[in-house]
Design a protein around this ligand. Structure first.
Ligand SMILES: Nc1ncnc2c1ncn2[C@@H]1O[C@H](COP(=O)(O)OP(=O)(O)O)[C@@H](O)[C@H]1O
Ligand SMILES: [Mg+2]
Length: 279
């Protein structure tokens, strides 16, 4: 499983790209989230209906406050919904979480500064009671997978922001989750670092076809990475459009200069603008 991201010799045979017939991994039916507030309750999500199929790379995009994080958290069992239904592999989010279905990467890397990189990746495995030797083995394997072999003994503060975020991706991959959830993981990084990580994430997805649910407010990031783009709008938070990508499964950064990419980016932008106006 190691070195998937840097598999230059392409020893890994990619699975078949996700198709419209793949099994649904996540189903959201008429879901609402209303946060209570002293003055006026916040309707963070209104009547959300969404199906994410196994192996899809889905991005939620929209302006700040449109409910992207709330939707991701509702799917990951980090936020209860007020009404409606969320099913993950035909289970409730709570059952899916207990079954180890998710890996979650937060906006900031949230690494413990007093633990080495290796110890940070090992932590959730240790908490789950995985035997020490196995923890060590898995953590080293996952670090190699995100290109951080040789950095095991460093402390988080000795790494760049991009490397820290790779450590948190390695940590999320430790349980081999079927679904990887990422909330604006590269939002705080400079553009070149972000490009680099986008490319590695694309390769990781292409090689493994794990289901990915990704939050961003960058149009080009969403278009580059996704097989499906969910455009959202605020007040109340809702889905304004779901756009299926016609781009091939394997993508180099150069795809961003192709007419198909630019057309898709224009479609996403248009949906964002529409969502902005119709309330
Ligand atoms: N715990 C909370 N309590 C009250 N309001 C919240 C809470 N979390 C988010 N909100 C509100 O819900 C809306 C959606 O928030 P969020 O899901 O964080 O949006 P996004 O991730 O798209 O920026 C916003 O108006 C936000 O202020
Ligand atoms: Mg958010």
């Amino acid at each position: 499983m190691s070195q998937l991201i840097y598999a230059e010799e392409s020893a890994v045979v990619p699975l078949k790209p996700a198709t419209a017939s793949a099994r649904p991994a996540i189903r959201v039916n008429q879901a609402n989230v209303i946060y209570p507030a002293a003055d006026q309750p916040v309707h963070a999500l209104k009547d959300i209906n969404l199906t994410i199929r196994q192996g899809e790379f889905v991005s939620f995009i929209g302006p700040s406050g449109c409910g992207k994080t709330t939707l991701l958290r509702a799917i990951a069992d980090l936020e209860p919904i007020t009404s409606g239904e969320v099913l993950v592999n035909d289970m409730t989010p709570s059952e899916a979480r207990q079954a180890g279905a998710y890996g979650y990467v937060f906006q900031a890397p949230v690494l413990l500064p007093w633990r080495t990189v290796l110890a940070n990746v090992k932590l959730p495995l240790q908490i789950q009671g995985v035997p020490p030797e196995r923890c060590d083995e898995i953590a080293r394997e996952q670090l190699a997978r995100v290109g951080l072999k040789g950095f095991e003994k460093k402390y988080p503060w000795q790494l760049s922001g991009g490397m820290q975020q790779r450590v948190s991706i390695a940590r999320a991959l430790g349980f081999e989750p079927k679904i990887l959830m990422m909330d604006e993981p590269f939002g705080a990084l400079d553009e070149l670092t972000r490009d680099n990580l986008n490319q590695q994430l694309q390769q990781l997805w292409f090689n493994e076809q794990r289901t990915m649910v990704f939050v961003t407010h960058s149009i080009s990031e969403a278009v580059y990475l996704s097989t499906k783009i969910v455009v959202m709008s605020p007040r109340p938070g809702r889905i304004v459009k779901v756009i299926d990508s016609p781009l091939p499964a394997e993508r180099s950064l150069a795809i961003r200069d192709t007419p198909a990419f630019l057309q898709l980016a224009a479609d996403v932008r248009e949906a964002l603008v529409e969502g902005h106006h119709d309330h």
